[in-house]
Design a protein around this ligand. Sequence first.
Ligand code: 5RP
Length: 222
Amino acid sequence: MTQDELKQQAAQAAVDEIEKDLQDDVIIGVGTGSTANMFIDLLAKHKHKFQGAVASSEATELRLKEHGIEVFDLNEVTMLDVYVDGADEVTQELNLTKGGGFALTREKIVAAVSKKFICIADASKAVETLGGFALPVEVIPMARSYVSRQIVKLGGSPVYREGVVTDNANVIIDVHGLKITDPKDLEIKLNNIVGVVTNGLFANRNADLLLLATDDGVKRFE
Ligand code: 5RP
């Protein structure tokens, strides 16, 4: 199967997972990226069964609205029942690297407000140790050089992602060369650097359920 076919299977598995719990008052957190887009397109078939969604990016907000799904500001919502999103790397411990599509900060906020985080991914995303995919860090623009120097002290090789401005008007530094054996600790250390908004490690609030699409079917990890 192609990677896109596997992404589609993971997206369908997420819809199957949440469909039974859809009710008039349910608001769903929705992630960003190509796998999340497939989820949105499949979820749209059930749009009359739930109240609406909270989007993790402007792109996702647009796609939800194009399907006629109502999009709520997160400040109007106390708690989301479920958040569905893709990832750039996943481990069997349900730790993730995210932010390839530079939506990591809003994704992390929506995940924090959700009771259950369902990660959907194709098999190519599964790794034993995070770090093969360069770790995205969202940074306040004036702090870019300072933050890069601090990242070097932590053993990483920072590369400024030129031409990218996040939905929060910040920049992205991709950190190469890390073998992330303690993702919880590194997530906190990076977030403690002044000027960092957040980084793409989802370890302290990791996924609750991983639906990993493989050639042998969709595997569940929880
Ligand atoms: C966006 C993300 C995405 O979830 C991640 O990049 C995976 O994207 P895709 O589903 O297109 O492979 O974190 O910031």
